[in-house]
Ligand binder design. Sequence first.
Ligand SMILES: Nc1ncnc2c1ncn2[C@@H]1O[C@H](COP(=O)(O)OP(=O)(O)OP(=O)(O)O)[C@@H](O)[C@H]1O
Length: 271
Amino acid sequence: MSATDQDTGRRIGDTVLKVDNISLSFGGVRALTDISFTVREHEILSIIGPNGAGKSSMLNVINGFYHPQEGTITYKGQARSRMKPHAAARQGIARTFQNIALFKGMSALDNIMTGRNTLMKSNFISQALYWGLGQKEELDHRAFVERIVDFLEIESIRKTPVGRLPYGLQKRVELGRALAAQPELLLLDEPMAGMNVEEKEDMCRFILDVNDEFGTTIVLIEHDMGVVMDISDRVVVLDYGRKLAEDTPDAVRANQEVIDAYLGVSHDDAA
Ligand SMILES: Nc1ncnc2c1ncn2[C@@H]1O[C@H](COP(=O)(O)OP(=O)(O)OP(=O)(O)O)[C@@H](O)[C@H]1O
C-alpha cells in the first residue's frame, strides 16, 4: 500500500500551500515556533510528533481557526497572516477533527449534507423567490452526497443516526462530510485514532482513493507510524512546536534527531 507517483499514476504538482515562519502562542505557552514547510498539489503529507508538539495547532492555523502572531500562509498563491474558517472553506480547504464533531441525532446522510453548506448558493430569500432554482440546487446537492455515500461504502447506514454507529463508521461519515465540500485541500486530524486494524486499513484505502480519484491534496496528522510510512509522500516532524524535519518517509525514518525525539521512544498509538 504505497502512494508513490509510480503506483497511483498521480502527478505531484507545484506548491499549493506554503507555511512561512509561523509562530503561535497561547499566553505563555508557545505552541508553534517559526514553522515553515510546503505542501504540493496532489500529495499526501503527514505531520507527526509527540503529544503537544503543535500538530493540531498547525492545522488550525491553516484553516483559520487559530491566528498566528507571526508568519504567513500562502494558499494557491494568495498570502495571508489570518483568515476566517468559512473563508478557508470557500477557498476549498476542509478538515476533520481529532474528536468526532458530528450531529449525533442526525442521520449519516444529513450529516454529510451539512458539508455542502458552503457551496449552497441560494439563501432563504432567493429560495422563496425562485423556488424552482432552489429545488434544482437541492437535488444537485443530494445527488452529490449520494455519490459520496457510494464512494465510502456506507449505503446500509445512510439513514442511521450517527450516534448509534460504531466509532470507525462515525469517522467515515466525518470524512464524508468533509468530502461533501469538494475540497482541494483536505486536513485530517488523526483520522485513524481509536480504530482497530481492519478499520484503519479501510480508512487508509479511502484516503488513498480520495487522493487518487479526486486529486485531493491531503495533510494528515497521524500517530501510527506504519500508516504514515505507507501512505505519505512526505512527512513533517514537529517537536515542542519546532520543525525537526520535512522529508520523504524513508529519510525521516533514518533521521537521528527524529529517532531521538519521537521514533526511538515509545509513544501513544505508535504501531
Ligand atoms: N486553544 C488553546 N489554548 C491554550 N493552549 C493551547 C490551545 N491549543 C493548543 N494549546 C497548547 O499548544 C500546545 C500544542 O498543542 P497541540 O494540540 O497543537 O499539539 P498536538 O501535537 O496536536 O498534540 P496531540 O498529539 O496530543 O493532539 C500544547 O501545549 C497545548 O496545550
